[in-house]
Design a protein around this ligand. Structure first.
Ligand SMILES: Nc1nc2c(ncn2[C@@H]2O[C@H](COP(=O)(O)OP(=O)(O)OP(=O)(O)O)[C@@H](O)[C@H]2O)c(=O)[nH]1
Ligand SMILES: [K+]
Ligand SMILES: [Mg+2]
Length: 489
């Protein structure tokens, strides 16, 4: 059987990349299409061939004397086909020697005119240089940066998130991570674990001797206990960063005809959801993403919630979906109409901090009856949380609602904790939870009989942290992370 067919897809990916490290790779790093410039990057030990064989001084008509490029200085060059010497474009050419290049290899950048034809011609010309030249795989430039030790895994993930960031909150979070905020924190944690490990190893190695002081076990235990508490607390606080990265899910819920879709459309500023005077208009979940004052909201319009014998099948499916949306939402907007007292099934616990009650259609009632209606609802449904009174028809109260929602995002998902978040995605949480479990096992077995076992648990804990930054071999995650990049990055 051929080797490749014995290996899993991911292993093949890793194997292929390991073999092809010697290749010089190239790709367009800018989005395809018409633009002022297009950047083609070339990374690898033969990258300088591009300078010598594919560029020449724009003034020289004959082949110029071979001069190496000045590192990190832009030179205006004519780009030519290496075989036919036909001119392809005039470009700014930059050279980064491997000591300064992010990929840890010689890197050449061609800043071309941004047309499809120019980019295509240059990429074709590059393929003629030698067998060692080949097009880059998605994320391969970044993978080389990782492999050369210029970036750790958390920075790689941060970079990917930065490229994909759509809102201000996501940008801030990703930039901090891409520039090493997570890496620094995890190295510190690993360091603390290694210190505790050193104490335990000392007891194991010299335990029989008199040289080891009393209370060393207690010291190690205390160190680990305090680290575990801190990590646990920060794991809980980091939830908001994970949510910001994925988008804050906001479900609009309420009885039929409350004005949910009308409010939804106002929030997304377009007629995304159908509005009619008939109760039961919305059946499926209508989902739209929006940048709300820098916060990435995923807004969900849902079917009206009600109970009773006359709820038919289609409506019931809609209600089930609405309740599912409610349970997975990070924030709920509970819409209740003021014009008619509507019985709401125990839809959402509106006294929790993740629900905001919006009383709508205030234009249909006078202010006195609005106030008494609000009071009635609050007493009936035990609404102790925040509420707003609006009319989407007249616009009354919408500014307050918008401000309220913004404050809500800020207090729940704003990055104003004293320290940078420790967890921005499920992968980090998973390994951190592993680490915490090992620390708990350490504490349980850390006594004179269990000391060897305890030492082992600490090692596992450190390994779990190492997996987050990529310090221990983590092939399984590598393929996954790098292949989610675009080509040319
Ligand atoms: N006067 C007034 N009418 C409103 C207001 N908001 C919504 N409506 C009307 O109320 C009716 C129902 O609005 P929808 O937005 O479809 O209500 P819904 O909660 O999505 O209804 P279902 O999807 O059927 O559960 C429509 O006729 C809207 O025009 C408001 O603030 N004032
Ligand atoms: K309706
Ligand atoms: Mg609706």
């Amino acid at each position: 059987m051929r080797l490749a067919s014995c290996l899993g897809k991911r292993q093949q990916h890793t194997l292929r990349l390991a073999h092809s490290q010697r290749d010089t790779i190239y790709a367009s790093s800018t989005a395809p299409g018409k633009a002022a410039i297009a950047i083609v990057r070339i990374s690898g030990s033969d990258a300088l061939q591009v300078w010598h064989q594919m560029t020449r001084s724009p003034k020289a008509h004959r082949a110029p004397p071979v001069r190496p490029p000045v590192p990190r200085r832009a030179s205006l060059r004519q780009v030519v086909d290496p075989v036919t010497q036909d001119p392809l474009d005039e470009a700014l050419v930059l050279y980064f020697p491997r000591s300064v290049a992010l990929t840890g290899q010689d890197l050449v950048e061609l800043h071309l005119h941004g047309s499809r034809a120019v980019t295509r011609a240059v990429l074709e010309a590059l393929s003629k240089l030698s067998d060692h030249f080949r097009p880059a795989e998605p994320g391969e430039f970044t993978q080389r940066a990782y492999e050369s030790g210029k970036m750790d895994l958390t920075a790689v993930e941060g970079l990917r998130d930065l490229i994909e960031s759509e809102t201000e909150a996501q940008r801030q979070l990703a930039l901090a991570q891409a520039t090493g905020s997570l890496h620094k924190q995890y190295e510190l944690i690993r360091q603390q674990l290694i210190e505790a490990m050193a104490l335990i190893e000392a007891i194991i190695d010299f335990g029989e001797d008199e040289n080891i002081e009393d209370g060393v076990i207690d010291l190690a235990r205390a160190k680990v206990a305090s680290l575990r508490e801190t990590l646990q607390a920060r794991l809980t606080r980091s939830r908001s960063s994970e949510i910001v990265r994925q988008g804050i899910r906001v479900a609009i819920l309420g009885p039929p005809n409350a004005g949910k879709s009308t409010l939804f459309n106002w929030l997304v500023q377009r007629e995304a959801s159908i509005v009619t005077a008939h109760p039961g208009t919305t059946r499926d979940i209508i989902q739209t993403s929006l940048d709300f004052h820098g916060y990435p909201l995923v807004l969900l319009d849902t079917a009206g919630l009600r109970q009773g014998q006359d709820v038919h099948e289609v409506e019931q499916i809609g209600i089930t979906r609405a309740l599912e949306a409610a349970s997975s939402a990070d924030l709920k907007l509970c819409v209740l109409p003021l014009d008619q007292p509507t019985a709401i099934p125990r839809l959402v616990s509106s006294s929790t901090e993740d629900a905001l009650v919006v009383f709508t259609k205030s234009d249909l009632v006078d202010s006195t009856s609005a106030a008494s209606q609000v009071a009635r609802y609050c007493a009936l449904y035990d609404i102790r949380g925040s509420h707003c009174v609006v009319s989407v028809k007249t616009g009354d109260g919408l500014f307050d609602l918008s401000q309220f929602l913004q404050r809500c995002c800020e207090s729940r998902f704003g990055q104003h904790q004293p320290e940078a978040p420790l967890v921005t995605q499920a992968r980090h949480r998973h390994h951190l939870e592993d680490c915490l479990a090992c620390l708990a096992a350490f504490e349980a077995s850390c006594n004179e009989e269990g000391i060897v076992l305890a030492a082992e648990e600490l090692r596992y804990a450190a390994q779990a942290i190492g997996r987050i930054t990529g310090r221990v071999e983590a092939e399984e995650v590598l393929g996954q992370i790098f292949s989610s990049f675009c080509i040319g990055k």
